[in-house]
Design a protein around this ligand. Structure first.
Ligand code: ATP
Length: 572
């Protein structure tokens, strides 16, 4: 299975009426690629440069962004992969404009839905499209497809396979673009928005629209279930600028807290932390799958222009740079299309065969096309599963809550065999995960033991060094004090022993003279001089010369000594 990093796109919006227009934040294109450049607020002579593979300036169109960065991901959703597109940025930076747009400039959401319908129309397999739409407002989840007056706070749960889902969230089938438009327009009226100094229709919640795409392959008796999560995050807020009242401040605190947890999750993933704080906010819990999980990700960083937004822009870009390192392991959500009654059976996820192709005629292969290095932790399977169905739509339009009837007929025995196989594979997968965790634990223990061994070896070596360095002053000084003929032998033995011990301890090409302190060097040099002198007095000139040479290696700057051994040297 291949790994994939979260891809980043940056989009700078144009200045809106009343805003100062300056070039503190700008897009620069070079042959090497494009980058967002921001002047350093502390030193205007410096510019921070953020290169991304996709950078859009104020003149970019909705169409460009969709075609370049989003459309290729829709193809993956048809291959049974969960795809998540986030719009991230400070309040009023253009997230909602990018995701939803307006009638004249439709954003990613309407374009994606249209694209999905176009694809399904040309598909030779049976397919279905379903929609769910939720908002996270002050860390509570609400269904945007039910009447807000009666909408309950929805719990976030985890099933036995570790998949996170929002319980009781509606999932509504849509058969035409018009169906979707009606549903989406009505749902957006329920979204929490307010006016702030920075945005007259500021989103006060994170909105997650999920398009579920199911394609039935009758030949292989398989259903590929892909998902496209389109996430319009609430904007981080600098309350110096927003002019928020008490109610807005409370919303702002919740928004900033959940975005800060998002930052912590990204940081933990990138630093290889053993615990990722997904549970610290509903936002990260629900998007767990898109952050270091089994989803493909695109983060669009929306940027507002001008000096006023410079610090916010730097924060957004720094977050984007950190997010670039997140690795996901996209997984094909593929199920045997068997008419098994009961939800627990129908949700058993089957591992994907490698190289599984999309069911679209011209689709690129699924996960095998998503290369990348291995992540530091095992990813989890799909998230944001949806159970129970309720809707704003009249009951007549809600007939297709479950995947469409299947054109495949299986015997009871075949069904049981398939279930057994699915369970077997799931158990094998879990065992393998367990083994991988165990391997990692052992490797960590070994690394820790190795580190402690090497620390104690270093400590030992340090103490040997210090004992060697202190040796001359402890052992040689008394000998030097009375170093005359009677002690020659002992002094020589001590010096030889000292050098031999040093050589034994240091197999590298380090000389004792280099390892000693200046004082110890001088003393050792003096000891050799004393010996040399005594040998010279005995007329053992060869030996004296050798000892003077040795002495010189300890005190190379001693001119007198140099003169002396030159005097002894042959041919002088
Ligand atoms: N690319 C763009 N072209 C033209 N107008 C834009 C663009 N991006 C944003 N705008 C305008 O800027 C204003 C703020 O945009 P938007 O509401 O999308 O910001 P936001 O990031 O969603 O803000 P919040 O977090 O407060 O909800 C809107 O009036 C929007 O129409």
């Amino acid at each position: 299975m291949s790994y994939s990093r979260v891809r980043i796109a940056a989009r700078l919006r144009p200045a809106i009426p009343g805003e100062q227009h300056d070039k503190a934040i700008r897009l620069v294109r070079t042959d090497a690629g494009s980058a967002i450049c921001v002047d350093n607020p502390r030193d205007p002579s410096q510019t921070f440069k953020y290169p991304f593979s996709s950078c859009y300036d104020e003149f970019s169109t909705q169409e460009e962004i969709f075609e370049r960065d989003v459309q290729p991901l829709i193809e993956l959703a048809f291959s049974g992969i969960t795809v998540t597109v986030f719009a991230y940025g400070v309040t009023s930076s253009g997230k909602t404009h990018t995701m939803q747009g307006n009638k004249d400039q439709p954003g990613i959401i309407p374009r994606a839905v249209e694209d999905i319908f176009t694809r399904t129309a040309s598909l030779r397999y049976q397919s279905s499209i379903q929609v769910s739409y939720m908002e996270i407002y002050k860390d509570e989840v609400y269904d945007l497809l039910v009447d807000r007056d009666t909408a309950a706070k929805l719990p976030v749960r985890e099933n036995e396979f570790g998949q996170v889902f929002v319980a009781n969230l509606s999932i509504v089938p849509v058969n035409t673009l018009q169906d979707f438009d009606k549903l989406f327009t009505s749902a957006n009226k329920q979204r929490s928005v307010s006016s702030t100094n920075l945005n007259s229709v500021s989103s006060r919640s994170h909105a997650i629209l999920t398009l579920h795409v199911s394609v039935v392959d009758p030949v292989h008796n398989m259903t590929l279930s892909g998902k496209l999560n389109l996430v319009d995050l609430a904007g981080s807020e600098n309350n110096k600028h927003t002019g928020n009242d008490a109610a807005r401040m409370a919303e702002s605190a919740a928004i900033n807290k959940s975005l800060s947890v998002l930052g912590q999750v990204v940081h933990a993933l990138n630093s290889g932390a053993s615990r990722i704080p997904y549970r610290n906010s509903k936002l990260t819990r629900i998007l767990q799958d898109a952050l270091g999980g089994s989803s493909e990700g695109l983060l669009i960083c929306n940027l507002a222009p001008g000096t006023k937004f410079r610090q916010d822009t730097l924060n957004t870009l720094n977050f984007a740079v950190r997010s670039k390192n997140i690795q996901n392991k996209p997984v094909v959500n593929q199920q045997a299309t068997i008419p098994v009654p009961g939800p627990s059976r129908s949700t058993i996820p089957l591992p994907a065969p490698s190289g599984r192709q999309s069911l679209l005629p011209n689709a690129i292969p699924g996960p095998s096309r998503l290369p990348g290095p291995r992540p530091s932790r095992a990813p989890r399977p799909s998230a944001i599963e949806v159970v129970d169905t309720r809707s704003l739509l009249p009951p007549a339009t809600m007939v297709k809550h479950q995947p469409p009837p299947l054109p495949v007929h299986l015997t009871e025995e075949e069904i049981n065999m398939r279930i057994a196989k699915a369970v077997e594979l799931e158990v094998a997968r879990r065992l393998e995960e367990e083994r991988a965790r165990e391997r990692q634990r052992r490797e960590e223990e070994e690394a820790a033991a190795e580190a402690s061994r090497s620390a104690s070896m270093q400590e030992e070596s340090r103490s040997q060094d210090s004992s060697l360095q202190s040796l001359p002053s402890g052992l040689l000084t008394p000998l030097l004090k009375s170093s005359r003929d009677s002690h020659d032998d002992e002094l020589k033995r001590r010096l030889d022993e000292l050098e031999a011990r040093f050589e034994r301890a240091n197999k590298t090409a380090v000389h004792l003279a280099d390892a000693l302190s200046p004082v110890s060097r001088k003393k050792t040099g003096r000891a050799y001089v004393a010996l040399a002198r005594s040998q010279s007095n005995k007329n053992n000139l060869e030996v004296a010369l050798d000892l003077y040479r040795k002495a010189e290696s300890y005190v190379p700057d001693n001119v007198k000594l140099k003169d002396r051994w030159i005097f002894f040297a042959p041919g002088v």
